[in-house]
Design a protein around this ligand. Structure first.
Ligand SMILES: CC(C)(COP(=O)(O)OP(=O)(O)OC[C@H]1O[C@@H](n2cnc3c(N)ncnc32)[C@H](O)[C@@H]1OP(=O)(O)O)[C@@H](O)C(=O)NCCC(=O)NCCS
Length: 188
């Protein structure tokens, strides 16, 4: 496994993954303050101040070396505009496992950008990083996220019933995962 790994921009056909910069605060605030975007996220819609704090934390997360290290790059379109963020957290070094996550500006949903960005992250995870398994945790009611997992060829591995107290009610959690040899076969 190629650790430590220091973030470098990743270029796709239509999107580029780059570290967040302070100037992203307004675009990120527009996304993270939207109640529809946050419906199935662990956090409530964020204030601009909270977005600025989280952005500063995430912009400084540039190295994967130990469990819980993460990167949260911006997804930018060909104009350089921030259209969302990707997330990759090293869950275990010994088990070569990471968690993946995604967030897209509603104006840019429905065009395949999230799938392209996620595919870049899976290429990185199973290529350069040499990981063995990547998983996503989601609220099974989050149909767009479930569909994205399925488009990527991730398998539905688990469904925990009333697993967590979430925004005033019990909520289920779904786990989707993909192994290096499955990704080598390409997305579904
Ligand atoms: C989850 C999320 C990232 C999915 O975004 P998305 O836009 O549905 O996913 P993609 O960008 O891959 O786009 C897929 C759609 O674009 C369509 N599409 C259009 N042009 C396309 C192209 N050139 N290539 C691929 N797909 C294309 C696909 O057919 C698909 O449409 P469908 O949903 O009608 O089947 C988004 O809903 C989101 O940010 N939600 C809020 C945050 C959230 O819940 N995050 C996950 C927490 S677990």
């Amino acid at each position: 496994m190629a650790l430590p790994w220091d973030f470098r921009p990743i270029e796709g056909a239509r999107v580029r993954l780059e570290l967040l910069v302070p100037d992203d605060v307004d675009a990120l605030y527009a996304i993270q303050s939207d109640p529809a975007v946050c419906e199935y996220l662990l956090y409530e819609p964020r204030s601009r101040e909270r977005v600025a704090e989280v952005l500063a934390r995430d912009a400084g997360a540039t190295r994967l070396a130990s469990p819980d290290d993460f990167v949260q790059p911006a997804i930018r379109d060909s104009t350089g505009r921030l259209i969302g963020t990707m997330y990759l957290k090293l869950a275990s070094v010994d088990d070569k496992t990471a968690e993946i996550g995604w967030l897209l500006d509603p104006q840019f949903q429905g065009r395949g950008y999230a799938r392209e960005a996620a595919a870049l992250v899976l290429d990185l995870a199973f290529g350069e990083l040499g990981l063995h398994r990547v998983y996503a945790e989601l609220d099974p009611r989050n149909a767009a996220s479930v569909a994205l997992c399925e488009r990527l060829g991730m398998r539905h591995e688990a469904h925990f019933r009333e697993h967590m107290w979430f925004k005033g009610d019990w909520a289920d959690t779904g786990i989707y995962a993909i192994l290096e040899q499955e990704w080598a076969g390409g997305p579904a």
